[in-house]
Structure formats: C-alpha cells, structure tokens
Design a protein around this ligand. Structure first.
Ligand SMILES: Nc1ncnc2c1ncn2[C@@H]1O[C@H](COP(=O)(O)OP(=O)(O)OP(=O)(O)O)[C@@H](O)[C@H]1O
Length: 313
C-alpha cells in the first residue's frame, strides 16, 4: 500500500533520511520507532509529499506520488489522512466545523457535509459534541476530532505523527483502541511514528526501527521476535547487559503453558539456572525471553531439543 524506495532528504548539512526503504502492506498498522532526531517526522512528511524528498520515490496505493504535479498530487493526498501530536484543530471553529473543513475544501455540498460530519463524529465516539469548541474538550477528545477530520475524505491510508505523545497513559490506550478498531472495521492502513515502545506493542503488526536517518531493522513483529539478536526483541524484553559469559538467551513464542524448561531438565542430564527473564503480551499472545546458564554433560542435546520446540536461541 505504501512503498518508499531509496528515500533521501538533506537539509543543508543535515542528512535527515539516508536511503530509507519502507513497505507497508494494505490493512496493516506499521510503526516507525526511533529516538528524537532519527528522521521519523521527515519520513512521514515525505510519504505524503508535504516535504519533497531529495531523492527516492514514494508510491501510495499504486500511485507514484513523487511523479505527480500539484493538481494530481492534491487529489492523491485526499486519500491520505493525517493526525498530529498537538491535534492541529482550528480554535475558531466548532468541532463539527473542524471535521467539515476538508469536505469544504473538496467542494462537498452542505447537506452531504452535515450528514458525513454526524457519521464521522459517531464513528469516533463524539456524537452530540459537534457544537462544542475545541477548548471545551479533553486531549483525548481533541485527538478524536483530529481522527474524524482525517477520515473525512475516506482515505485508504492514515498517517499518525506521534498522535498519543501528548496524552496520559489511559487516554493513549483509548486512542490506540480507536485506531485499531478503525483499522479492522474500515480496512484502514495506518503508518504511525512514535518514540513509545508501548504503542508498537499495543497495536502494530510491523515495525521499522530508525536511527540517524536509516532503518536499522524492519519487518513484522512476529518475524523480528524470532530473529536472533533483533533490536526490537532486546528493547521489548530488556535483560541486563552485557550477558554473563556462557549464558544463553531463549525467546519463547509458542504456547506459554508448555513446560519446556522443566521438560529439558527431566529429559537431559543438565541443570538450568535462571539469570533473568521478561514476559509480554504481544498482539494477544504471550512472548517471553529468559536468560539461563546450562551445565551438564548433555548441554548440546538440550539446546537441540529447545530449538526443536520452537525456542529461539
Ligand atoms: N525543516 C528542517 N530544516 C532543517 N533540519 C531539519 C528540518 N526538519 C528536520 N531536520 C533535521 O533532520 C533530522 C531528523 O529530524 P526529524 O524531525 O525527522 O526526527 P524525528 O525522529 O522525527 O525526531 P522528533 O521525535 O524529535 O521529532 C534532525 O537532525 C533535524 O534537526
């Protein structure tokens, strides 16, 4: 659905994007994670051509945006919604007026606009609040208005620029649940940037980790968790570093009720000491990481057994 290839963006002496490739599949929630200055916002602005990349191409829904002239580009952008960290609402307009704004720009007739605004406010859980001003709303409600406005043009893609960074944890969770529901119910593809691992853990199907304008690793969360040494796994399941000499780090992605460790001790002549561990719920299933040291005559066979049971070493 979104394909960015060889994206490069240079501001003066600063290389904000240094050859970024990104592939977001239709219907997925894709998170771009990275620290401040990694290039996340620049990437998002290049995806809808708010910034023109210095080099590289961006294709959204099969259309090469980098090749479009301004009229066609504006039409293509109507199919890409965007929400912002600080909501970017017009304080002089009511909630309904904010949601109606893009419809006015598109030239949608008044009766159709009013019908659509009512429908959108309903969708985001703000029925009956259309006459309020943005300053009468909480942060979470303001973001719901931002989401309703972003959906006005029936986009196939929603871009989210740190949409929950200004919200408290409970409100963050409610906005993430809303995004997940819109993803499922409308088949909306969502590309979000965030510096919060919690956002990635809660709703993302895939992730790219950026630093210094480059993508360090990317893929589905399920695949990255199974990739030995992945940075995502290390960050989701932090264990004391450096690992003690001779220790082994095991990642469990299967059925959490399988007694794999006790089985290995019963079957083989080995002892297991547990040095650290971390368990998380990812997309509804429990994934765990355990650091152990193994000793005994059958260590190699025990490790083979663990691998055969789907444990990642
Ligand atoms: N308009 C601009 N002019 C000059 N330099 C810029 C501009 N926008 C971004 N940069 C630089 O590009 C680099 C990447 O910035 P960017 O905002 O994309 O990072 P980020 O990962 O989104 O960080 P943050 O989370 O703090 O917003 C930084 O070094 C930044 O100073």
């Amino acid at each position: 659905m979104i394909q960015a290839s060889g994206l490069r963006k240079v501001y003066g002496n600063t290389v904000a994007l240094d050859g970024v490739d990104l592939h977001v599949r239709e219907g997925e929630i894709y998170g771009v994670l990275g620290q401040s200055g990694a290039g996340k916002s620049t990437l998002l602005r290049c995806v809808n051509l708010l910034e023109r990349p210095t080099a590289g191409t961006v294709t959204v829904a099969g259309q090469d945006l980098t090749a479009l002239r301004s009229g066609d580009l504006n039409r293509a952008r109507q199919r890409i919604g965007m929400i912002h960290q600080h909501f970017a609402l017009l304080s002089s307009r009511t909630v309904a007026g904010n949601v109606a704004f893009p419809l006015e720009v598109m030239g949608v007739p008044r009766a159709e606009r009013e019908r659509r605004v009512t429908e959108l406010l309903d969708l985001v859980g703000l029925s009956g609040r259309g006459g309020d001003r943005p300053n009468q709303l909480s942060g979470g409600q303001k973001q719901r208005v931002g989401i309703a406005r972003a959906l006005a043009g029936n986009p196939s893609v929603l871009l989210s620029d740190e949409a929950t960074s200004a919200l408290d944890p409970a409100t963050t969770q409610s906005i993430l649940s809303l995004l997940k529901r819109l993803n499922t119910e409308l088949g909306l593809t969502i590309l979000l940037i965030t510096h919060e691992m919690n956002v990635v853990k809660s709703i993302c199907d895939s992730v790219a980790i950026m630093s210094d304008g480059r993508v360090e690793e990317s893929g589905t969360i399920a695949d990255l968790i199974r990739t030995p040494g992945s940075r995502l796994t290390r960050e989701i399941f932090p264990l004391p570093e450096p690992a003690p000499a001779g220790s082994i780090t095991l990642t469990f992605t299967g059925d959490p009720h399988q007694p794999v460790v006790s089985e290995v001790v019963r079957k083989f002549d080995v002892d297991v000491s547990i040095l650290g561990g971390s368990i998380e719920n990812l997309a509804g299933s429990a994934v765990g990481r355990l650091r152990v040291s193994l000793s005994g005559d059958e260590e190699a066979s025990a490790l083979d057994f663990l691998r055969a049971r789907g444990v990642v070493l």
